[in-house]
Design a protein around this ligand. Sequence first.
Ligand code: 9UX
Length: 72
Amino acid sequence: PTTTSTLTVQGMTCATCVSRVADALEDVEGVVAAEVNLATSRATVTHPPGSVDAAALRTAVEDAGYEVVEST
Ligand code: 9UX
């Protein structure tokens, strides 16, 4: 089974930003897939339940140069 975590990311303005954030999230331990939507500023991260630390997702986005303003 998998579940999803959703992040709202601030600072993405072009398709390359989207790729950077998606790649950064997909590199986090336990992440199966990450989809990032520029229009909504939302990232949807797919992972097995309990396998991913929310702080690790936040750090990955921040290290790529963007901000997480909300996560659920
Ligand atoms: Mo696009 Mo994003 O030219 O940091 S890569 S604005």
